[in-house]
Design a binder for this molecule. Sequence first.
Ligand code: TLP
Length: 344
Amino acid sequence: MKTIDLRSDTVTHPTPAMWKAMALAEVGDDVLGDDPTVQRLEALAAERLGFEAGLFVASGTMGNLVALLTHCGRGDEVILGDKSHTIVYEQGGMAGMGGIMPHTLLNQPDGTLRLEEIEGAIRGDNIHFPRTRLICLENTHNNCHGVPLTAAYTAQVVALARKHGLGVHIDGARIFNAAAALEVDVRELTRGVDSVTFCLSKGLCAPVGSVLCGSEAFIAEARRNRKVLGGGMRQVGILAAAGIVALEEMTLRLDADHACAQCLAEGLAAIPGIEVAPSYTNMIYFGLADSVKMTAYEVSARLRERGVLVLPRDARNFRAVTHYWIDADAVDGALEAVRAVVCG
Ligand code: TLP
């Protein structure tokens, strides 16, 4: 039985072109600055996103943490969304590792933070207050159904940040999905911001890694912070080689994942007992109607028996994510399994 794994785009295995690139990668000691493949990836990533420099990191979580540690000192405050990955799924690393204080604002359903609420959250110069240093956005916004944030919105946040002397960081784990969905060059979505982390190991299929991009000076400091977290890797060009393929080839095909997500969302919506939220990129959030007496955990266990993996989010709701290894047949297979389990 072939498994149809829709739990996340993080489950993607390397493509044949990546295996080949990894086998042939030229490597060196990257902590000593000697790995030509890592240097190529970092330069390519910086160029693609419109920054001076890039830093290969082990994961999206590490990229975000390194960015926050580089922007902020102990006691400084960061404004970010209450549904952001950084606040929900990164162990409070900014506080634990950096003594940085999160100031959360409500994420709107479209993934944004209200501009007036951002402005209201910025601290004045007062001996009692922490110093506001940074605003963090997430694009696409995972917990807001994978919605992309527009270039126009980002520009407004950047203008606000400039007015108050703050930095802007984007958790762009899936920023190439956002660019594909909005039909813009990814640079439109990063224009004016100080740093971006994007992931190679999600929809772009590389086995490991993310890249943090910023100015030369910012990345030099970020390199120190990566080292103290144990993220200085040696002959890591083996992994960077897959990242280069991810950037050069896999960023060009994300529309196909979004089209599959639409098919899956439409098919799910047609199944009695299933309620589907709007889907914008490669994520489908769906739930069980009251008429279904099983919990989402029971449904997902029964789907697993049929070789279909989805992520239950709570007792009534699921997430499914499309990616390179999910084609039209896999979508049909998943729909057939959901129909069989939910409708009996
Ligand atoms: N997201 C994972 C889980 O952690 C939830 C997933 O399956 O979606 N930013 C965003 C927006 C993310 O979605 C993720 C991973 C990360 C950062 C962290 O990346 P990694 O897993 O590489 O540390």
